[in-house]
Design a protein around this ligand. Structure first.
Ligand SMILES: Nc1nc2c(c(=O)[nH]1)N[C@H]1C(S)=C(S)[C@@H](COP(=O)(O)O)O[C@H]1N2
Ligand SMILES: [Mo]
Length: 403
């Protein structure tokens, strides 16, 4: 019993459990969440744009923003766990509620902690394409991001005085808020324990503040370094746990959805395959040989998956603009891209005019110097600069110019 009480006491008197620690780690966590939110919004609107939205066609833009999104999300694991370690005794404070503001504060924290834990866990599972939960990942991840940012804003607003006081290290130790009466449990069993603690000499804390921050810092650096290689080439040799390895897959490129899974092996290899291009009043069809006979353009563009991995590749094929011109179709309108898939979320995608008219946007026929592998979209696929992998539609069937 005595050992247990000493343990409890050690843990709640740990020098790590003060406002300054909570602020130091909270700052990093808040930053990581804001970065995830901003890059997540960008990724969302690329996939579901509002009608007036136009995007930059810088080739590496999405590769970078989404790599940051996933990496910052992974960094949230040690940061959030560290923050919870610092503050969790406060979660059991008595009295549980002191008034309306306190209720708001506690409710926002409960919401924030719950939503954040779910958010980073399902986000991580998504990078492994593992969905052991009974809801739609995209919708829930999107909705939770607003719950998190909203409850975080309330939390920061309520704690602003403490945050301001503890923002810079210059504050002398003695100025650190001593726990207020309500933060120190006094009633019931805990109260008796606390009174016992007051009478007994303090045991040595088991964890110094420096030790704690070293542990959280090292874990953050480690999880980032060991996974970021899926997104950032410089860290590639260190990629031990990232779900995708660079350079592995047909033609040196990972695949997400295989031709078998998409059930297109037959239609993609069919001898009578043609690409149909439709616009108001015109329909044109192109065999693969006819596409190869049009002027060919070569570009270096990455596949940058929403799940964080990305990989540079060399593509060759017909520039989208040239193809539309050959089909007497305009190249300044939105384009609807249909694949040979009969079902599947990415069977049909849309391309804004900024990509349709871009010099780098191709109907690709070749990859890394060889005929496009069926896993990468043979007979023809779309490749455009700065777009998420999900929109780089493979196994093309038709292109429709929206009117
Ligand atoms: N028709 C079709 N195209 C698709 C997909 C799909 O499911 N169907 N998956 C996309 C996804 S999620 C990614 S990341 C890229 C991967 O391209 P790759 O297999 O050539 O590397 O293809 C995209 N193109
Ligand atoms: Mo993807």
């Amino acid at each position: 019993m005595r050992r247990l009480l000493n343990g409890m006491r050690r843990s709640s008197t740990s020098p790590v459990r003060d406002a300054r620690s909570a602020v130091v780690i909270g700052r990093l966590l808040g930053l990581a969440f804001l970065v995830c939110f901003a890059t997540g919004l960008y990724s969302h609107f690329l996939q579901d744009p509002l009608p007036w939205m136009r995007f930059a066609t810088w080739p590496q833009l999405y590769q970078v923003t989404q790599g940051i999104h996933i990496t910052a999300g992974i960094a949230c694991f040690p940061l959030l766990l560290g923050k919870l370690y610092v503050v969790y005794p406060q979660l059991f404070q008595t009295p549980a509620l002191k008034g309306p503001v306190h209720l708001l504060e506690r409710a926002s924290i409960a919401l924030f902690v719950g939503a954040s834990l779910v958010q980073i866990v399902i986000g991580l599972l998504n990078t492994y394409q593992w969905y052991p939960f009974p809801f739609n990942f995209k919708q829930v991840h999107w909705a939770l991001s607003f719950v998190i940012i909203g409850s975080l804003a309330i939390h920061i607003a309520v704690k602003l005085p403490i945050i301001a006081r503890n923002w810079s290290r210059a504050v002398p130790e003695a100025d650190d808020e001593p726990p207020t009466e309500s933060e120190v449990p006094t009633a019931g069993v805990t109260g008796r324990v606390m009174r016992w603690m007051d009478r007994t000499p303090a045991p040595e804390p088991t964890l110094s503040r420096r030790g704690f921050f070293t542990a959280v810092g090292l874990s953050t650096v480690a999880v980032v370094a060991l996974t970021a290689g899926q997104s950032f080439a410089a860290l590639k040799p260190l990629n031990l746990f990232g779900p995708r390895q660079k350079d592995i897959g047909p033609q040196g490129l990972p695949i997400n959805r295989t031709a078998e899974a998409a059930k297109v092996t037959e239609s993609a290899m069919a001898a009578d395959w043609v690409l149909t291009v439709m616009a108001a009043g015109t329909v044109a069809t192109f065999t693969r040989a006819e596409l190869l006979a049009l002027p060919q353009t070569q570009v270096d563009l990455p596949i940058a998956c929403v799940e964080g991995w990305s990989q540079m590749a060399t593509w060759k094929g017909v520039r989208m603009r040239d193809l539309l011109e050959a089909a007497s179709a305009p190249s300044d309108k939105r384009l609807i891209v249909n694949s040979l898939e009969e079902r599947g979320g990415y069977r049909t995608t849309e391309m804004g005019p900024e990509y349709v008219g871009d010099d780098l946007t191709l109907v690709a026929l070749e990859l890394n110097g060889g005929t496009l592998d069926i896993q990468h979209g043979y007979p023809a696929r779309v490749i455009a600069p700065g777009r998420p992998g999900v929109l780089q539609t493979k196994w093309l069937r038709s292109l429709e110019v929206a009117s």
